[in-house]
Design a protein around this ligand. Sequence first.
Ligand code: KG4
Ligand code: ZN
Length: 358
Amino acid sequence: MLNGYLTVLGIESSCDETAVSIVRLKNEFDGEILSNIVFSQIDEHLPYGGVVPEIASRSHVESLGPLIDKALNEASLKLNNIDGIAATAGPGLVGGLIVGLTTAKGISLGAGIPLVGVNHLEGHALTPLLTNKVSFPYVLLLISGGHTQLILVKDLGEYIQLGTTLDDAVGEAFDKAAKFLGLGYPGGPALEKISKKGSNVRFNFPRPLLKSHDCNFSFSGLKTSLIREVKEIEPLTENDLADIASSYQQAIIDCLREKSSRAISIAKEEYKDLNIKFFVASGGVASNKAIGKSLNELALRNSMEFVAPPIKFCTDNAAMIAWAGGLRLLNGQKDSLEISVKSRWPLNEMKINGGMHE
Ligand code: KG4
Ligand code: ZN
């Protein structure tokens, strides 16, 4: 440890990004990102319209080693300057997770530094502490290609799930619609772009579960109604396409906003003593400007501060893994070389010092 700082190398390989980062932790609220490298495999998956697990695993194997060297160079560090190694251990695609975690185990063993297996979701959940002026507790809307969750983040390792999706993740709703509309992959940014030119009220897409008294989402039916609308008005003009994209995005926004509103009310009511001040949106979908605008309004209405980490830390990255792993190391966690990856790993199983242990 240099001057009492903890320098952690993080590896992320749970889906289609191979990422390596080095973060230096001063304390639980202060971290400095020394390097942050993300290699996107998008081009390799593009011809298939989605992530192909075998291609992803092979690509992680090929790029991880050189990316670790690059991250060390960028930070002007050598491996013996690293105090701990953190790798995503789940949830995600098993093949990719094995590549990252096994590499981390090798480094841990070879360099004699502690290992932490990090929950990818915890990485997203703790990112705002690293990138923004946020402190515990906060209500978090985690919206990505794999997850749609509303979580009360009370403290490190203390997460209360307030709502989740019953079927597709919100990012999938964007990706599937964009694929069907021929907008390419990943669909979210493409759909957002085209929707800027369209009307968000021309088509009345369903808002599933909007009236239910919980904070859960359902997005699988949305795509079906999109297909139905398109079949009715085919062939589509450019205007039609923009209107469909915009109306579809609006249906998603309404669901996210209504359920977030409910989650905020529940959290404020049930945990009055916590004095929750922040509402955070994280995950790839949080980079959507129209979604951000609506959520910001919601936060203001609830006298809360809305926070969204910078886009490059909203999407998958390894700084969040190094940071979450570093926080756990600071709190005394150290995983054994026996730990294994988990394709499923809910956040409510994350008690500190519980770590990877069942
Ligand atoms: O967090 P992320 O990079 O990866 C995980 O799924 O963990 O999120 C990727 C997802 C994809 O579904 C992508 O289409 C979506 O985030 N996304 C967006 C936008 N940018 C990325 N969705 C809507 N609007 C965007 N601007
Ligand atoms: Zn993610």
